[in-house]
Design a protein around this ligand. Structure first.
Ligand code: URA
Length: 423
């Protein structure tokens, strides 16, 4: 095989053979094809796209660059969830213990946040003592004993993606539906669950800003999941405004605990239950109502055991910010705009997120708000509260929030659940 032939085929709009794809992914992962050549190939894919069967082989080759986990020894069905990322999106935290409480094991390998969206591991690390690293044996033991684990992915999970993603990041080839879909799905397929639900966000705070591209991404990922034998469903959900009432790390853990206690914001509860129902239905347990496990405390019990198993203290007070700054409502009327992207950038600038992979995050930083879109606000009432460890960060966060709030401004917020995509 010759990398130049592979590049030329795609550059000229041809379809890569299965042999070419398997060779180039394998050779690149072990360092036998250069970054320059794979950069050119990625740019050709960016412009030419990939046919569904071509993309399925590409994704499988990425899975095969590492190990596909075997969860069959657990003796119970397994279901997983992936969100394309949004502001205030903490649903993984209540969802994993909730689905586990319904008898389905949830192996959830998660990431850290980059840019304006938060990372699940960063959020959980605000719980004193909690550790993201769980070794293979402890991982399986926790899945068996507790039913749910949320932890960092090891280096053997689709290693091709690590290299390809880093290269896409510096070559302007991130925003390509086949490349995004194969990147996400290679990791999810390698996790080894029987069923997968995808939460594809759409709107200003999402990766995909418009509904049509979000639906296309969702369809592509569902096709890849099914081609790999994983029962996959996608929900396309609103991210024009943030989810719930908090964006940050400790503040999102606190909100998740409220949901597990049977309360919490209505949109977080609705989305968590919708995702839980899809996960249960995906493994043939569609008759189980997850709302019961929220109501009767079973989901909270699993949460406490899940946190404790990873060294965390579920009763420890969460970190509090050194500084708080209140922003009031600008007018009386219905809140029609609370821009997800602006709030995400504000939380990030307050210290909740990172600009580079190696940056630390602040557990206590973030934004909480007292009203969601569609609710009535009164001029001068406290609307947003900014949390930070460093008061010098507040002016830049306020800059990000300029124009983020609209009262009776004529916008029509998106419905929370916009579409459901199946194979
Ligand atoms: N998340 C991923 O894992 N990969 C992408 O390409 C984009 C988002």
């Amino acid at each position: 095989m010759d990398a130049i032939d592979v590049i030329r085929t795609k550059r000229d709009g041809g379809q890569l053979s299965a042999g070419q794809i398997r060779w180039v992914i394998e050779a690149y992962t072990r360092g036998a094809v250069s970054d320059e050549q794979v950069s050119a190939l990625l740019m050709a894919v960016f412009f030419r796209g990939m046919a569904p069967d071509e993309l399925a082989v590409w994704t499988q080759a990425m899975v095969d660059s590492g190990e596909r986990k075997d969860l069959s020894s657990l003796g119970r069905p397994t279901a997983d969830k992936h969100s394309t990322g949004g502001v205030g999106d903490k649903t993984t935290l209540p969802l994993a213990p909730l689905v586990a409480a319904c008898g389905v094991a949830v192996p959830q390998l998660s990431g850290r946040g980059l840019g304006h969206t938060g990372g699940t591991l960063d959020k959980l690390e605000s719980i004193p003592g909690w550790r993201a690293d769980v070794h293979e044996e402890a991982y399986l033991a926790q899945l068996r004993d507790v039913g749910a684990v949320i932890c960092a992915a090891g280096n053997d999970l689709a290693p091709a993606d690590k290299k390809l993603y880093a290269l896409r990041d510096v070559t302007g080839t991130v925003e390509s539906i086949p490349l995004i879909a194969s990147s996400i799905m290679s990791k999810k397929i390698a996790e080894g669950a029987d069923a997968l639900v995808l939460d594809v966000k759409t709107g200003s705070g999402a990766f995909m800003k418009d509904v049509a591209s979000s639906v296309e991404l969702a369809r592509t990922m569902v096709g890849l999941g099914e081609a790999a034998g994983v029962h996959t469903v996608a929900l396309v959900t609103a991210m024009d405004r943030p989810l719930g009432r908090a964006a940050g790390n400790a503040v999102e853990v606190a909100e998740s605990v409220k949901v597990l206690a049977g309360g919490g914001p209505g949109d977080v509860v609705e989305l968590t239950l919708a995702l839980a129902r899809e996960m249960l239905a995906g493994v043939g347990r569609g008759d189980v109502d997850p709302a019961d496990a929220l109501r009767d405390g079973r989901a909270m019990d699993v949460w406490r055991r899940m946190i404790t198993a990873q060294g965390g203290d579920p009763d420890a007070p969460l970190p509090q910010p050194a500084e708080r700054h209140v922003v009031t409502a600008p007018a009386t009327g219905t809140l029609t705009r609370l821009d997800a992207y602006a709030l995400g950038v504000a939380a990030w600038r307050l210290g909740a997120g990172r600009a580079r992979k190696e940056d630390p995050v602040s557990a206590a930083a973030g934004v909480v708000w007292t009203a969601g879109v569609g609710e009535r606000v009164v001029a001068g009432q406290p609307l947003l509260e900014l949390h930070t460890d460093d008061a010098a960060r507040i002016p830049r966060a306020l800059e990000a929030l300029e124009g983020a709030v609209g009262v009776d401004a004529g916008e029509q917020p998106l419905p929370l659940l916009l579409d459901r995509i199946t194979a």
